[in-house]
Design a protein around this ligand. Structure first.
Ligand SMILES: Cc1cc2nc3c(=O)[nH]c(=O)nc-3n(C[C@H](O)[C@H](O)[C@H](O)COP(=O)(O)O)c2cc1C
Length: 156
């Protein structure tokens, strides 16, 4: 069975990283896209309040997969509302493995990765690992080595 990468990316940073991971581990890929875009401030406030935004259809049924890797940017130290909705829509996840990969401008991913972890563990998934790629690593290119290291977790 293949892993599934579920990726939300607003400005492309997370998408670049998630696609690199996909190449390395040969995963299937699904894009999480909110039905409508909102202003920057609304994005940050809704993320802070842990709101959910309706999303377009994407792969939410995990019955064909044994591992889910959720990839997204950090907003207001938290997960974007489209991700919160995605996690709620997941089906057939119990007993499967999962991980989180986030990108961010600075640091402070702890809440976002914990949100993903706690949500998926509460649905019966086994959390393997997380990776946070900060702005400096995105600019310097260090992110490529970080993703290669992270990918090993899904190849063992
Ligand atoms: C609404 C909003 C809130 C953000 N909040 C944070 C934050 O709390 N901490 C941080 O380090 N970066 C923050 N960022 C920066 C993004 O996490 C970062 O640029 C990320 O790599 C963007 O990924 P993307 O291009 O896949 O959308 C925020 C960006 C936006 C748009």
């Amino acid at each position: 069975m293949k892993p599934l990468i579920a990726c939300y990316s607003y400005s492309g940073n997370t998408l670049t990283v998630a696609q690199k991971l996909q190449d390395i581990i040969n995963a299937d890929f699904t894009r999480i896209e909110p039905v409508k875009d909102r202003w920057y401030l609304i994005k940050a406030v809704h993320a802070y309040l842990e709101k959910k935004w309706p999303i377009k259809p994407c792969i939410t049924d995990m019955s064909q997969y044994d591992c889910l890797i959720v990839c997204c940017p950090v907003w207001a130290s938290r997960t974007p509302p489209g991700i919160n909705q995605y996690l709620k829509e997941l089906e057939n996840v119990s007993g499967k493995k999962c991980a989180a990969l986030v990108t961010m401008g600075g640091d402070g991913n702890q809440i976002a990765t914990m949100q993903i972890r706690e949500n998926l563990e509460s649905q019966g998934m086994e959390f393997i690992d997380k990776m946070a790629i900060w702005g400096k690593a995105q600019k310097s290119g260090e992110w490529e080595t970080m993703v290669q290291d992270f990918a090993r977790k899904f190849q063992e």
